[in-house]
Design a binder for this molecule. Structure first.
Ligand code: NAD
Length: 498
């Protein structure tokens, strides 16, 4: 069997190998999963919640081991793994165990239609069957494994294809699920490259994809061939707007943190910043000092570094291209801006000014530790530039007058907008999250849709009356039909059928 070597991107050392599974291997895993699914669904919400809650505690007990695995295959800082992965994952197990029965409970529907008067109408959710999850490398727990949790809570079997760059975290957590009593076959990690992901789409009843816009398009096309639903969480180029009355300390701290978090490899990173002219100089001065003070290096436990390495080797080339092209076109780097000669995959935290909207760094997803800042005359121009993008994932607005800041936030074409904050909205599992423009994805994770999308829907109509005929059924009779016509005309004139 061919294998894939997994590298620690911060050091360049090979830390493991995983199988590169073929389409036949994926088909065999899908058969095992389908065999196991109905018993898992039959356990009901309470039975499944027992396993999910055990896994929540398992993650807490194994925090150090999970963080070490995440850091070793991503190169990210300890705190990035603790806050944005381990704590998210543990919370998600508890959240979906608790919320699945609420979000998926039968809904009694009332109808104003006279033909269904007196009948019971119910809308309900059933598991899809076999869900396929395909994940990226930037958050191996949160973005790959995280989407499996609601799918399992809904009663599905799940096949996860993690990124070939970071498969070890998913394998470790699969081990945890087994220890917590998840029946064999219900969840399986199928490791491999893009071809394995494509084979997965051919086997499942629904696919949840997180990754780049270009791969998302391929996954959507393949899912469309089979007429299966696809939920897509794709790229972003999130704008931050700083209004003149903003608290500049808070705004600059958040700009530095949420542009450099996870070395900038977050789909909802702050990737570009627009600042109203009166506060531009002071804001730039504050951000520059905060970014210059960041300690970047190989993570070695709590508090050891602020920023780790990049995870995906080719990403360094993308970041380098965006920065060098911007510098060549007249931008200035106030911090960083040069690719270092160093073993592993590194780019320094970088702040750029004198940028404009013709530059790739303002238009394409950089996915690295960069913060380009532009001066704007007013909020209208900031909103215009924020919306001048194919992407629309998240955004943030900082301002002292909350009402005005919220009005600005409501004008941004993004799936989620934070006021005087950024990114942290992602941790609110009750709050739906997803793209507002196709390049950022289709569908939502979190909230009700974050689990109903893993279900088939069924509408039930239950007639309780033991009449031989309903008023509208055969045999048609002139008198009854005229009466019916008059009744329907009266009802349709009024508001009852609105
Ligand atoms: P990618 O698109 O290169 O790969 C994602 C996954 O798809 C990997 O597991 C890969 O093996 C698999 N894949 C590749 N070709 C495939 C094919 N033809 N069919 C099926 N699967 C295939 O993305 P990446 O580089 O791993 O991740 C970075 C991207 O993910 C960035 O664009 C980032 O913005 C995005 N992302 C989005 C979110 C979100 O919530 N919107 C979250 C995290 C990352």
């Amino acid at each position: 069997m061919t294998t894939i070597a997994v590298e620690n991107p911060a050091t360049g050392a090979v830390i493991g190998t995983v199988p590169d599974l073929t389409a036949d291997d994926v088909a065999a895993a899908a058969r095992r999963a389908r065999d196991a699914q109905s018993a898992w669904a039959d356990l009901g919400y309470d039975g499944r919640a027992v396993v999910l809650r055990r896994m929540q505690r398992w993650i807490v007990r194994h925090t150090d081991e999970v963080i070490a695995t995440i850091c070793s295959e991503t190169g990210k800082a300890y705190e990035d793994a603790l806050l944005a992965e381990v704590s998210y994952g543990a919370a998600a197990f508890g959240f979906w165990a608790r919320q699945a029965p609420r979000y998926l409970a039968d809904v009694r529907v009332r109808s104003a239609q006279p033909l269904v008067a007196g009948k019971r109408l119910v809308h309900r959710y059933r598991p899809m069957g076999l869900v396929g999850v395909i994940g990226p490398w930037n958050y191996p727990l949160t973005n790959s494994f995280g989407d499996c949790i609601p799918a399992l809570a809904a009663g599905n079997a799940v096949l996860l294809k993690p990124s070939e760059i970071t498969p070890l975290t998913s394998l470790l957590l699969a081990e945890g699920l087994r220890e917590c009593g998840l029946p064999d076959g219900v969840f399986e990690v199928v490791t491999g490259r893009g071809a394995t992901g494509a084979a997965l789409v051919d086997e499942v009843d629904m696919v949840m994809f997180t990754g780049s816009t270009s791969t998302g398009r391929l996954v959507a096309a393949r899912a469309a061939e089979r007429l299966i639903p696809a939920s897509l969480e794709l790229g972003g180029k999130d704008p931050m707007i700083v209004l003149a009355d903003a608290d500049l300390e808070r705004a600059s701290t958040h700009a530095a943190y949420y542009s450099m978090l996870n070395c900038g490899q977050t789909c909802i990173s702050i990737e570009r910043c627009y600042v109203e002219a009166p506060v531009y100089d002071r804001f730039v001065e504050l951000v520059t000092a905060k970014v210059a003070a960041l300690r970047q290096g190989v993570p070695a436990g709590p508090g050891s570094v602020d920023v780790g390495s990049l995870t995906f080797p080719p990403q360094v080339d993308v970041v380098d291209r965006h920065v060098s092209e911007a510098l060549a076109a007249g931008a200035r780097a106030l911090v960083g801006g040069q690719r270092p000669e160093r073993r592993g995959h590194w780019y320094p935290p970088t702040v750029l000014v004198d940028v404009d909207h013709d530059m790739a760094i303002m238009r394409e997803e950089t996915f690295g530790p960069t913060l380009p800042i532009m001066k704007v005359p007013d909020a209208d121009e900031a909103v215009r530039l924020a919306n001048d993008s194919d992407y629309g994932l998240c955004a943030s607005v900082f301002g002292g007058d909350l009402e005005r800041a919220e009005q600005v936030a409501r004008r941004i074409d993004a799936g989620a907008v934070a006021v005087n904050d950024a990114v942290v909205n992602y941790t609110a599992l009750e709050l739906p999250m997803g793209g507002a423009k196709p390049a950022s994805g289709v569908g939502r994770r979190h909230g009700r849709e974050g689990i109903t999308k893993y279900c088939r829907q069924q509408s039930l109509l239950i007639s309780r009356w033991h009449l031989r005929h309903d008023v509208h059924t055969y045999p048609y009779r002139p008198g009854r039909s005229r009466l019916l016509a008059r009744v329907l005309a009266v009802l349709n004139r009024g508001r009852r059928t609105a």
